[in-house]
Design a protein. Structure first.
Length: 153
């Protein structure tokens, strides 16, 4: 496995999940959504890496871990350009873009101060109004949030 070291900004992964093409400003929100900050597995987080498509990007590599599709798709809210790569024996065996789920529960805070979710102990629920524009609406007060500007809990 001889690779020119000038080409790799982040070390290769033998087995696990790589989430690539995350906008730099959304990287640490993705870490929070995935809950990987306390994982016992090897974890590589790269930020402000060169990207032809985004200018700069973030990348997350988690060794020996394969996330459920529903978990990975939650990051589409703030990183719609993200691509998930499943790695086995240093080879990409699956590659796909994240997709925004129809309902987002418990990860976005409603910006409306009068919303019941900000005044009672209950989980937030948002429904996707327009997936292409990442437009979501609070199930309880109908407040809308657009373009990945959601406040992550």
């Amino acid at each position: 496995m001889a690779t020119d070291k000038r080409e790799l900004a982040v070390a290769a992964l033998q087995c696990g999940t790589v989430i690539d093409h995350i906008p730099s400003e959304a990287l640490f929100k993705c870490v929070k959504i995935l809950g990987i900050e306390t994982m016992p597995h090897k974890l590589t987080i790269g930020n402000n890496l060169e990207s032809k498509r985004l200018g700069t990007k973030g990348i997350i590599k988690v060794a020996d871990t394969f996330f459920p599709e529903a978990t990975l798709n939650r990051i589409a809210l703030i990183a719609p350009s993200a691509v998930v790569n499943i790695i086995r024996d240093y080879e990409v065996v699956e590659k796909r873009r994240v997709e925004l789920p129809k309902v987002i529960k418990g990860i976005v805070k409603c910006d409306n101060p009068k919303c019941i979710t900000n005044n009672e102990p209950m989980a937030t629920v948002f429904e996707v109004v327009d997936g292409a524009e990442n437009l979501i609406r609070c199930h309880y007060c109908n407040h809308t949030v657009a373009n990945g500007k959601a406040n992550i809990l």
